[in-house]
Design a protein around this ligand. Structure first.
Ligand code: G3P
Ligand code: CA
Length: 247
């Protein structure tokens, strides 16, 4: 399958301009011209896939506690916008289903990052991807499924074998290529600050496009593109575009 990867991917929506992992964030990313936005997926105690980055809700809402200990009804009552700014007061934590509907309406694609959930990685990926498969419009290109969790990616390969998988690497293990082969990874997703011309060349030599996070500085983006990085995750799609083009 040929993946059409845009140069600039909205990170957690457009995290500099709107609360991360919300529908406002996705809309802001799209309005800023991002063709893809990346969002983080976890599941609640009662098995509802939602958008959330952290293990707990404390940083990005007015609530407290672990997502894994909360039912969706508890999470839905939270304000996930006021912490970012008064304009976003009352913004709810979206479900994955709502995020898919929003992406379809906005005519953008999604990178769904399945977040590691202690002891529940496989379950999270299984539930989230079964739901996403049911809801994803047949006439749209598939989402990119990524994760730091090898268990989650292995489950994605079982549940949605025809959807591309992005192998997200933090520590970049010596046997990364064997793992990428085993997972059938379509892309290699890496931390931009750890990269060099050599590391990007090595990843690309495996035949996979390289995506790098999180890049808000045009000089850094330019360098990464020169090294052959296919696309970067940015908190500010429009700002990075303007920095790169001068327009
Ligand atoms: O998917 C790229 C990037 O989002 C991974 O790191 O912590 O922002 O989810 P994080
Ligand atoms: Ca992420």
């Amino acid at each position: 399958m040929t993946l059409s990867i845009p140069r600039l991917i909205g990170h957690r929506g457009a995290a500099r301009h709107a609360p991360e992992n919300t529908l406002s964030g996705m809309r802001t990313g799209a309005l800023q011209g991002a063709l893809w936005v990346e969002v983080d997926v976890k599941i609640t105690r009662d098995g509802v896939p939602i958008l959330m980055h952290d293990d707990d809700v404390d940083r990005t809402s007015d609530g407290h506690g672990l997502v894994a200990d909360m039912d969706f009804a508890d999470i839905r009552r939270l304000d996930a916008g006021s912490w970012f700014g008064p304009d976003f007061k009352g913004e709810p934590v979206p479900t994955l289903a709502e995020a898919i509907q929003a992406a379809t309406l906005l005519d953008i694609n999604l990178n769904l990052e399945i977040k590691p959930c202690p002891g529940r990685d496989e379950q999270t990926a299984g539930i989230a991807l079964s739901m996403a498969l049911n809801l994803w419009p047949a006439n749209r290109p598939p989402p990119l499924i990524s994760s730091f969790s090898i268990e989650s990616l292995a489950m994605a390969k079982v549940v949605a074998p025809h959807w591309p998988r992005g192998y997200l690497m933090d520590e970049e293990p010596a046997d990364w290529e064997a793992i990428a082969d085993r997972l059938g990874a379509a892309t290699i997703n890496v931390d931009a600050k750890k990269q060099s011309a050599e590391s990007v060349a090595a990843f690309r030599a495996s035949g996979r496009p390289v995506l790098a996070w999180t890049v808000n500085d045009p000089e850094q983006a330019r360098r990464l593109f020169q090294w052959g990085v296919a696309g970067v995750f940015t908190d500010t799609p429009q700002g990075l575009y303007q920095g790169l083009t001068g327009k």
